[in-house]
Design a binder for this molecule. Structure first.
Ligand code: NAP
Length: 235
């Protein structure tokens, strides 16, 4: 039976590369998007897939998305936002916004995906966190805190859901060349590449290859792991 993977934030970046990799590897994919409608519809045509709009931070929209999606075998919580700036310059609105997408968004999707997975006695959740959630980063305290929360969610859900046949893992990318890093200066990018033993930024496909592997039966005994795709990045 062809398995269905729902990928949040799949219109572009790591999400789009993951959708393409999963499609290539035989999965049916469902492309979630929020703002990037044109890109989502183009990718949906390319992959003969469904595209469903939902802001993952809005519980009602997430519920409607899962109602429309039907059976889900794999959930990939990829949607995320970042902010670069001093913690002392951040306000409560910004902090809430980052947590509402990166943390509550992932929890909303888990909440609506899990009843079906538990009933099926199988399922796979892959959360996209970040090396910054492990090592921390100056000027990314709020983002890093949100990604640490995603890590904690992963570790705990893996323990809670293993007996139900559900695997939960975390992919922690290093510096990846996507829209999220597009605003970085050349000097910033060179600095990140310098901190990366493989001497370059990663590509979205570098991350997507691990996402697809974790979604497959080849990864059947892997759960509760935080796996870096970071070129050996050291904090
Ligand atoms: P990106 O190119 O900026 O893409 C972000 C994606 O998140 C977009 O598809 C966007 O969808 C989606 N998104 C944002 N807010 C959303 C919301 N409220 N509801 C639904 N979707 C939403 O960034 P990326 O690099 O591919 O990031 C993907 C994931 O990897 C994120 O979780 C990010 O934190 C993580 N990550 C990235 C890096 C990196 O260096 N790039 C490093 C570590 C971790 P729309 O465009 O449709 O709004």
């Amino acid at each position: 039976m062809v398995k269905t993977a729902l990928i949040t934030g799949a219109a572009r970046g790591i999400g789009a590369a993951s959708a393409r990799a999963l499609h290539r590897d035989g999965f049916e994919v469902i492309i979630n998007y929020n703002r990037s409608e044109a890109a989502a519809l183009t990718l949906a045509r390319e992959l003969n897939a469904r595209a469903i709009r939902a802001d993952v931070s809005e519980k009602d929209q997430v519920k409607a998305m899962f109602d429309e999606a039907g059976r889900i075998d794999i959930l990939i919580n990829n949607a995320g936002i970042a902010h670069y700036g001093l913690f002392t310059d951040s306000d409560e609105t910004l902090r809430r916004q980052i947590f509402s997408v990166n943390v509550e968004g992932a929890m909303n999707c888990c909440a609506f995906a899990l009843p079906g997975m538990i009933a099926q006695k199988q399922g796979i959740i892959i959360n996209i966190s970040s090396v910054w959630g492990i090592y921390g980063a100056s000027c990314e305290a709020v983002y890093s805190a949100s990604k640490s929360a995603v890590t904690g969610l992963t570790l705990s859900l893996a323990k809670e859901l293993g007996p139900s046949g559900i695997r939960v893992n975390c992919v922690a990318p290093g510096a990846i060349d996507t829209g999220m890093t597009a605003g970085f200066s050349d000097a910033d990018k060179a600095n990140l590449a310098e901190k990366t033993p493989l001497c370059r930024l990663g590509t979205a496909l570098d991350v997507a290859e691990l996402v697809s592997f974790l979604a497959q039966d080849r990864a059947a005994f892997i759960t509760g792991q935080i796996i870096g795709v970071d070129g050996g990045f050291i904090g």
